[in-house]
Design a protein. Structure first.
Length: 113
């Protein structure tokens, strides 16, 4: 299986503007930003999407969710933000590697689209 663009970033094969990293995940600015601040939080373990979590991923899932606020704070989003995980083609997923979009820097409206 060919590496996803996110795996290539994790492996430092392509550059990214990294704002957070630990042994389980990495966060970097989205190059196709949909808000003034748009960061992607990606597990280093390849998981396709939220549908692909297994019971053995419980600790990783919790870790990712607890890191959302750390990443948002590091990105300067103290006034609020939105977290999105697209799942499947109809859900707007374009990279087959789980990732959470952290968006902010302006007042976000609902519905998102």
């Amino acid at each position: 299986m060919e590496k996803t663009i996110f795996q290539k970033i994790i492996d430092r094969e392509i550059p990214a503007d990294i704002i957070y990293e630990d042994d389980q995940c990495i966060a970097f600015k989205d190059i196709q930003a949909q808000a003034p601040v748009h960061v992607l939080l990606v597990p280093k373990k390849l998981i396709l999407n939220v549908d692909s979590f297994e019971d053995s991923d419980r600790d990783l899932a919790g870790h990712l969710l607890t890191k959302v606020s750390a990443v948002a704070n590091a990105a300067g989003l103290q006034q609020g933000y939105r977290v999105v995980a697209n799942c499947g083609s109809d859900g707007g997923q374009s990279v087959d590697h789980l990732h959470f979009h952290i968006l902010g820097g302006r007042k976000l409206t609902w519905p998102p689209g």
